[in-house]
Design a protein around this ligand. Structure first.
Ligand SMILES: *Cc1c(COP(=O)(O)O)cnc(C)c1O
Length: 206
């Protein structure tokens, strides 16, 4: 089956890049047609919202891979490890420790990205670029597959994509989670391995 939004995004994504379809705010009626059109990797930004809608969808389509792209509180670590297959928002030592403890307790491995605050925005989550190397080193025992960034709004994202890429390269990390509806093509041109696309697939959020 085809899906207009999904098809238009997919045409722009090469096969080596993982499309994470960000379904936050949308429910099963909007999500099911996207699954039926062949999309099996989805992203959510809130643990509670994901818990309310994904267990049922995952039981219908066991091949679905669910990614947490939004901020995580350490008191939600158990639920996050149980529900998600990949977490993009490891952004402080306390979260890294809580996730490590939960993976051990649940005997479950979840792929991780470390979020870097490339714009050094005080209100935004993520590790300061100057502290990235030491934080990445402190996570050496964890299944970290790459880095994630959310560039500041209204600026050229390319310097942020390049900064993320250089931090990843010097730390031997291959994954780059960067690019959203407005800039995923640029992100891919600058090395993204995972793009997180919501509104270009599902339409404008309420
Ligand atoms: C909502 C969200 C996205 C997707 O945003 P769109 O502009 O709708 O593509 C990507 N990443 C994160 C962290 C988000 O919260």
């Amino acid at each position: 089956m085809s899906h207009t939004g999904l098809d238009s995004v997919r045409r722009l994504i090469p096969p080596h890049v993982t499309l994470v379809a960000v379904s936050k705010t949308f429910g099963a009626p909007e999500i099911v047609p996207v699954i039926e059109a062949g999309q099996f990797v989805f992203g959510e930004n809130r643990v509670q919202e994901a818990k309310a809608k994904w267990p049922e969808l995952k039981s219908r389509w066991p091949g679905i891979e669910l990614h947490l792209v939004g901020p995580l509180q350490s008191n939600k670590a158990a639920e996050a490890v149980a529900l998600f297959d990949c977490i993009h928002s490891i952004d402080r030592p306390k979260i890294a420790e809580a996730i490590a403890a939960e993976m051990k307790r649940q005997q479950r491995s979840v792929k991780l990205f470390i979020q870097i605050n490339t714009g050094r925005e005080p209100q935004k989550a993520g590790i300061d670029p100057d502290e990235a190397d030491s934080f990445i080193a402190s996570c050496a025992a964890l299944p970290v597959i790459g880095l994630m960034c959310l560039p500041p709004a209204e600026v050229d994202p390319v310097p942020h994509f390049e900064l993320l890429k250089s931090i990843a390269a010097r730390n031997g990390l291959k994954g780059l989670s960067m690019g959203m509806s407005g800039d995923f093509e640029k992100a891919i041109a600058h090395g993204a391995t995972h793009v997180r696309v919501g509104s270009a697939i599902f339409g404008t959020r309420a």
